[in-house]
Design a protein around this ligand. Structure first.
Ligand SMILES: Nc1ncnc2c1ncn2[C@@H]1O[C@H](COP(=O)(O)OP(=O)(O)OP(=O)(O)O)[C@@H](O)[C@H]1O
Ligand SMILES: [Mg+2]
Length: 362
């Protein structure tokens, strides 16, 4: 186990700057997920931690050690890739033990480690097979086994589940989380899938174009997104964003014909930002069906566009102003496209952002 510290880390490929002044602290024993859209620099960050990419500037520590110029083999990290990177001509046993053999570990010790890893990962029956005779999930387990036997201070995962089908992905997600909990090894896990990030990470680092947008627990990112980017990235379907203005009285927002009261926790916010133009974030789970006898500023009617019945709920897009709002409705009745739907916003759950800086208002 070891903590990882990035301080003002930069990465440039020639003239192109990909990561700039990144500060990140990953705690000892923590499961940290790096998430963000394609090209935001997740793999580059992970590869810099692994030592597979040199850092252009700044300092990187693993434990007490400054590792800027330390080659990968001396960093005590083990990496698991999306491609698994297994040796096709070797059996599972040989694949798992290869790294230890190279390090000239005594045979008895290797056999013990391989047996232990095989037991943890359910690979005992498969040890004499070659990778081509394994399913995707089994290959991924072999790749994990190879990482585990090295007993490293840090595990690094780069999208290890993206080649698996949906069901297996859910299963492996749970297995990796359990494994990490049991071993307690500091882990950095790269994914572009926010559900993986939410379900696996102790904390999440959300990146965009080489910058860190927010670092926090999954619930912190969901409940108090620090900016519009985070608000839209975390949660499915994504948060609705409508534009409006806080009243001079500070006690409500007018947006797209709605009158959204600023009460409870939001009351102070309204007073501090009287008259301000705001982006209002409303999660689909906080827009629900309104009864015929309900009315007022939080209720609106619109035409249903997309209607997606999922069994336990219906995701419905309903026209509002120039755009639309996405709601999660109860499973019955299922509206038809073009039907008029009555919706109600739950007022306690509004997220307010500055329209210019896109930062959360406090
Ligand atoms: N060797 C390289 N030379 C030049 N640019 C590179 C190189 N490697 C990566 N990049 C650029 O750095 C940026 C970040 O790449 P990176 O692979 O870290 O993204 P990512 O977040 O892992 O994306 P993905 O989800 O698609 O894997 C991209 O714009 C990419 O084109
Ligand atoms: Mg990548």
């Amino acid at each position: 186990m070891a903590e990882i510290n990035l301080s003002k880390v930069c990465k440039r490929f020639g003239d192109v700057s990909v990561i700039e002044d990144m500060d990140l602290h990953i705690k000892e024993g923590e499961f940290m997920v790096l998430v963000g859209p394609s090209g935001c620099g997740k793999s580059t960050t992970l590869r810099m931690i692994a030592g597979l990419e040199e850092i252009s500037d700044g300092q990187m520590h693993i434990g007490e050690k400054l590792v800027n110029n330390l080659p990968p083999k001396d960093r005590d990290v083990a990496m698991v890739f999306q491609s698994y990177a297994l040796y096709p001509h070797m059996t599972v046993r040989e694949n798992v033990s290869f790294g230890l053999k190279v390090r000239k570990i005594p045979k008895e010790e290797i056999d013990k480690s391989v047996a232990e890893a095989a037991r943890i990962l359910g690979l005992e029956e498969l040890l004499d097979r070659k990778p081509k005779a394994l399913s995707g999930g089994q290959r991924q387990r072999v790749a994990l086994g190879r990482a585990i036997v090295r007993n490293p201070s840090v595990f690094l995962f780069d999208e290890p589940l993206s080649n698996l089908d949906a069901e297996l992905r859910v299963q492996m997600r749970a297995e990796i989380s359990k494994l990490q909990k049991r071993l307690g090894t500091t882990s950095v896990y790269v994914t572009h899938d926010q559900v993986e990030a939410m379900t696996m990470g102790h904390r999440i680092t959300l990146m965009c174009k080489g910058d860190i947008m927010q670092v926090g627990t999954p619930l912190e990112l969901y409940e108090t997104p620090a900016n519009l980017f985070t608000a839209r990235f975390i949660g499915t379907p994504p948060m609705n964003v409508i534009y409006g203005e806080i009243a001079e009285s500070g006690n409500h927002i007018s947006a797209e014909g709605l009158t959204l009261p600023l009460e409870g926790d939001l009351a102070g916010l309204g007073v501090r930002h009287r008259g301000k133009k705001v982006a209002v974030g409303i999660r689909p789970e906080n827009v629900t069906g309104a009864r015929a006898d309900e009315s007022g500023g939080l209720v609106f009617e619109g035409e249903a566009g997309v209607v997606e019945p999922l069994g336990h709920e219906i995701i419905t897009h309903v026209a509002l102003g120039e755009g639309h709002i996405v709601a999660k409705l109860p499973p019955h009745p299922i509206p038809s496209i073009g039907d008029t739907v009555r919706l109600k916003v739950l007022p306690q759950k509004l997220h307010l952002f500055d329209t210019e800086t896109e930062q959360r208002l406090v």
